[in-house]
Design a binder for this molecule. Sequence first.
Ligand code: ZN
Length: 393
Amino acid sequence: MPIFTADLIFTPQGFEPHCLLHLDETGKVLRLERSVKEVPAEAIALEGVLAPGFVNAHCHLELSHLAGMIPRGTGLAAFAQKLMAARFTVEEGERRAAMVRAEQEMKAAGIVAVGDISNLAESFGLKEEGNLRYHTFVELIGLLPERADMVLEKGQVLLAEVPVGNGNSAGFAPHAPYSVSPKLFSAIMEYEGKHSRLSSIHNQESLAEDEFFKQGTGPLRGLYDHLGIDLSGWMPPGKASLEVFYPLVKDGVRMIFVHNTFTEPAQARATMALHPDPWYCLCVKANLYIEQALPDVPGLLDAGVRFCLGTDSLASNDQLSILDEMRTLQRCFPRLATAEILTWATLHGAMALGFSQDLGSFLPGKRPGLNLLTGLEGEELRLGEKSAVRALL
Ligand SMILES: [Zn+2]
């Protein structure tokens, strides 16, 4: 039975010295021994910090072949337009190969579980291999309410194909407030209230979303015009998208709001009075890539928001690394302590995806993966350029 020790071990209580982590041969935690006076000879003693495997709460594996193909800083509407144009310019074999590489990259970067958005079945074969654990969000899109039933029916066909062995799970996710009708959103809530009880939505990723919701104008309107979609029957609700959709979240469905780049803390506070336990997923590198903007992380924290972390896809990120998301967050918001961000990267991600029975911390009985973090700087263990992660299990 392997026993690991290091300078520090990361637990929900923080960084703890003088610990021994006892695992069985399968990586299951037997116990975490604290206040150890003497390290036994058979223990594997390492320099650095031991932490549970990372959870990437928002990714799009099937966009992996778009790495480097969409320029930075275009804004969301132009990004979406370029993504749609580029998506199938690469042949299927190459798209699959890119997904395999992306998954290997995540595994090497200490990621053990992924909340992954799927519009197609292309990633399902890879997910079946069980290299990482997945909750697959089958994404549904349809702004016009008359299309809601058809979109849901087509989605059900795809959802039935998702491999759910090896601890994997699946359910529906509405794409974004500007691309689903309240009717489709409510139908998804109805379905997930009875099934996975988990859903997710891209939320307030651009200022254009606000403009589209308040006035019905702006770059997102332009995107629909470009796509030839007739919005003459669509009326702008005249308020922020979160205020429109949040009341439709069904009790008992755990929602992961992704991006939240333009979510005002007062909006978050007001909406959480309706449903107190949503998760807010940060994908800051993608925000910088697409919108060159960042969410008000300190303000949202003050509002009582709970965060988890995601990488988004390789279409809007140069790598799928939770460590790099953490490093970027701390560089942009220097007051964030490493232990706090590490909680978002591990336990919070596991809780958001419904995997905390097995992942996210070193509680006995879990099989959370094991990462060695090195190059943390100073007494505060800051995440600098030299910080690195090695997946030990
Ligand atoms: Zn996304």
